[in-house]
Structures are given as structure tokens and as C-alpha cells.
Write a protein that binds this ligand. Structure first.
Ligand code: NAD
Length: 424
């Protein structure tokens, strides 16, 4: 069957084009060699698989899945697997490229990849998801590997799916291969600190940026969009450093408290209510659109893509945006943000704490030695702070916004590696 790319959603930027627009700006500022540009602008490998799975009713359904390896020049490719009804190839391509840039920005020895399966995991039984995950693993058995391509969780997948993937891969290899996947349950070789790693990295980036802007955390206010893994941890850790979190939101709505939300209490409420804030009484409900444009010092989008767009960017009042989510700002909104003088710590830097601790998980698996939580956090914090300084220095040197500076740092590293390795 011929693969047909879905038509772009009206008014929503194509994620791959949006990524390429920033890549192009950075490549030009950097004066990137045309040959290297041509290598980097397309993924190294794109695989589309059709996966037959016996459903609980005895019928066989065929699912379409993808794995895109954007680059493996820095090392084995690394990236999550997304289970969603609307996941499509261009989205996976963009996410794979983002992983290359993210790993390069934090200077870990990985290339970028991403996977996806078109399915609705929330309407499938655990048995169906297990069979799907094992079949997907089998169909990509020659792609995956601790030294080749290392998956991780993404939207719709978690430690459970990673355990099945690791088990299936290990069975076909005849040996236990912990390092083939990260984001595993702790008992299967997962790393301490992985769950909170992305939110912690968001907090570290926010503190570093506030320091550059001369903002005192204990006199600053923030809102956090999305109260899942990244948003809730970022809010909790920022609050611990004195930032007053005035607003939070999730799919159930947005919540505001002039005196600051008690984040510990909100997390407890969410954990007791199926992961949602619905009915939370520690704050007033507000229009979710107004949360993003509220009068606060720091805005942390930590939910979904394309929430800061040309439709609302004019009204944003925050001085600092720290992107917990992947791609929360549309390319077209970038120039207005820059005109307004807002500092953005871009996704490929701000949320790279997750892949950094995934890397630590892989290192621990290969050493066969578990690190303490303190060691994980200290090393992740150092890596995040060093990456922030590299990006900040590039923004000063080239006189560009932090987003373009992050791309410059990443592309420069990948391009230099190409030069040294040569061979094309
Ligand atoms: P999650 O599923 O744990 O949480 C998502 C949260 O966003 C939930 O609270 C959900 O209710 C909320 N949400 C969804 N749509 C919303 C909307 N329109 N408005 C407000 N809230 C909404 O997911 P997560 O792991 O926290 O990931 C969030 C973002 O961070 C994604 O873009 C993801 O790709 C990115 N990210 C996650 C990690 C990680 O380690 N988890 C790493 C890097 C990047």
C-alpha cells in the first residue's frame, strides 16, 4: 500500500517545516557548509511498518507504525515512541530531528530518533497494547539495539511498554539487554530520578535564565500550562526555590490563586483524582487561554505543541518563557516574541533533562551499577547548567535569540563531527 501523508491541519504549522525554518536560520548564521546542510536536512532512515495484532475479540487488526532515525553521527540514535491516533510521519520526523539537536545541545553521545504507532491506547486493553508493543519491537528488531537505536517512552507509552520492549528484544537476542531502552521500571534497570528529570531540568533552566535577567526567584511569579509529569514537577521544584506559582492548567481547565497555588496540595489532589485537577478547590477556575497571557514573570508551557501562536503572542506579558513541552511556540510567533524582548529558553534546551537522565540510565545499565539519586541529580544539573551557558554564550556571540543559539550550538557540534568523521 502506498503511504499517503495526511493533509496538513488548517492553521496548524507542519512540525517538520517549523523545525526546518529554525534550522535554516541557524544554518545561515553559522555559515553551515552546503554539503553538511544537505546531509542534516533529511533523516538518515525512515521506516514504516504494518503490524498485525490479534485483538481481544479474535479479529486481526493492522496498525501502521514508524521509526525515524534522523542522525546517528554522534552515536546511537535515541528517542521515544508515541502511541496516538493522529501521529503522522512528518511529526515523527520533526521529533526525531529535535532529538538530534537536543542530544547535541547537552553534549551527550547520541543521535536523534523517534517512533510512533497510529493507535488509540486509551481504547485498547493491556493485552492488546502488549501484543502491539511486542509486534512493533519484532518488526524493528534489526533497527533497535543498545549501540544502534535506543527507544524511550513518549505520549501514550510509559515504563510498562518499555518493559515489554526490553523483554521482547532480550528474548530474540537470547540475553538480557537492559540498555536497549530507557524509561524502564526501576526494578528492570530504570534510573532513579528519571521520572522528575525533565521537570527538574526545566527548573534548572528557569533559574539560570532568571539569573541572567536579574530576576529574584523569591520575588517572581509564574504560570505553568500542563500539570502532567513535566509541568507538575517543574511547578513543584520552582515553588521550592521561592517562585510563586499563580496559575496551573490541565485538560480539565485552568486554575488561579492570587496568593500562589499550594503545588504540593495540587499534586496530591491530582494523584487522588485520576491524574486530573478537575474539582480542585485550592484556586479559582479561569479561561485557559488567559492563563498564557496572564501578568506573571515566567510562563512555562508544559503541555502540547503550538500553544503560543500569532493569535495570542501579542498579549503575552511574561518576561521569560521556559518551554517544558516540545514545540509549544509556532515558528510564526518567534519574531513577535523577539520584538517584545521576551527571553525564551527553547524546548531543545529546557526539556533536555529527560534525555540526559535517560542517558544516565543507559550508562548505568552498561556499567551494571546503580547510581544514587543524589549523583543523578547533581550530574544532570551540571550538564543542564553547562548547556545553558553554551547556548547563552552563542546568543551573545551571534546576537541571536536563545532558540536560534541552541540550534547553532547543536548544528555546529553535529557538523564538526561530520567533518572529523568524513567519509562522504
Ligand atoms: P503528560 O501526559 O504527563 O502531561 C500532559 C499534561 O498536559 C496533562 O496534565 C494534560 O492534562 C495537560 N494538557 C493536555 N492538553 C492540554 C491543553 N490543551 N491545555 C492545558 N493542558 C493540557 O505529559 P508530559 O510527559 O508531562 O509531557 C508534556 C510535554 O513535555 C510534551 O510536549 C512532551 O513531548 C514534552 N516532554 C516530555 C518529556 C518527559 O520526560 N516526560 C521530555 C521532554 C519533553
Amino acid at each position: 500500500m502506498l503511504y499517503k501523508e495526511p493533509a496538513p491541519i488548517k492553521d496548524r504549522e507542519n512540525p517538520f517545516e517549523s523545525m526546518m525554518s529554525r534550522f535554516n536560520v541557524a544554518a545561515e548564521v553559522l555559515g553551515l557548509d552546503e554539503e553538511v546542510y544537505n546531509v542534516l536536512k533529511s533523516p538518515t532512515r525512515q521506516v514504516i511498518v504494518n503490524i498485525p495484532v490479534t485483538m481481544d475479540d479474535g479479529k486481526v487488526r493492522v496498525f501502521e507504525g514508524f521509526r525515524v532515525m534522523h542522525s546517528n553521527i554522534l552515536g546511537p540514535s535515541k528517542g521515544g515512541i508515541r502511541y496516538a491516533p493522529d501521529v503522522f510521519l512528518d511529526e515523527v520526523k520533526a521529533l526525531a530531528a529535535w532529538m538530534t539537536w537536543k542530544c547535541a545541545v547537552v553534549d551527550i553521545p547520541y543521535g536523534g530518533a523517534k517512533g510512533g504507532i497510529i493507535c488509540d491506547p486509551y481504547s485498547m486493553s493491556a493485552g492488546e497494547i502488549e501484543r502491539l508493543t511486542r509486534a512493533y519491537t519484532n518488526s524493528l528488531i534489526d533497527i533497535f539495539g543498545p549501540d544502534r537505536d535506543i527507544p524511550a517512552p513518549d505520549m501514550g507509552t510509559g515504563p510498562r511498554e518499555m518493559a515489554w520492549l526490553m523483554d521482547e528484544y532480550s528474548k530474540t537476542r537470547g540475553s538480557t539487554e537492559h540498555a536497549v531502552v530507557t524509561g524502564k521500571p526501576l526494578v528492570l534497570g530504570g534510573s532513579l530520578g528519571r521520572v522528575e528529570a525533565t521537570g527538574r531540568g526545566v527548573m534548572v533552566s528557569a533559574m539560570a535564565a532568571m539569573d541572567k535577567l536579574g530576576m529574584d526567584p523569591s520575588k517572581s511569579t509564574a504560570v505553568v500550562q500542563g500539570f502532567g509529569n513535566v509541568g507538575a514537577w517543574a511547578a513543584k521544584l520552582m515553588a521550592e526555590r521561592g517562585v510563586k506559582i499563580l496559575g496551573i492548567s490541565d485538560v480539565s481547565g485552568a486554575y488561579w490563586n492570587d496568593n500562589g497555588i499550594d503545588i504540593e496540595e495540587a499534586i496530591e489532589y491530582k494523584n487522588e483524582h485520576n491524574g486530573r485537577l478537575e474539582g480542585y478547590k485550592g484556586a479559582e477556575m479561569m479561561d485557559p487561554n488567559e492563563l498564557l497571557t496572564a501578568k506573571v514573570d515566567v510562563l512555562v508551557p508544559a503541555a502540547v505543541e503550538d500553544v503560543i501562536t500569532i493569535h495570542n503572542v501579542d498579549k503575552i506579558q511574561a518576561r521569560l518563557i521556559v518551554e517544558g513541552a516540545n514545540g509549544p511556540t509556532s515558528y510564526k510567533a518567534d519574531s513577535i516574541i523577539n520584538e517584545k524582548g521576551i527571553m525564551v529558553v527553547p524546548d531543545i534546551l529546557a526539556n533536555s533533562g529527560g534525555v540526559t537522565v535517560s542517558y544516565f540510565e543507559w550508562v548505568q545499565n552498561r556499567m551494571g551499577f546503580k547510581w544514587t539519586l543524589q549523583r543523578v541529580n547533581e550530574r544532570a544539573e551540571r550538564i543542564m547548567n553547562e548547556a545553558f551557558e553554551r547556548v547563552y554564550a552563542a546568543s551573545q556571540k551571534y546576537n541571536v535569540p536563545m532558540r536560534i543559539a541552541a540550534y547553532i550550538v547543536a548544528i555546529d557540534k553535529v557538523a564538526m563531527t561530520y567533518k572529523y568523521r568524513g567519509g562522504f
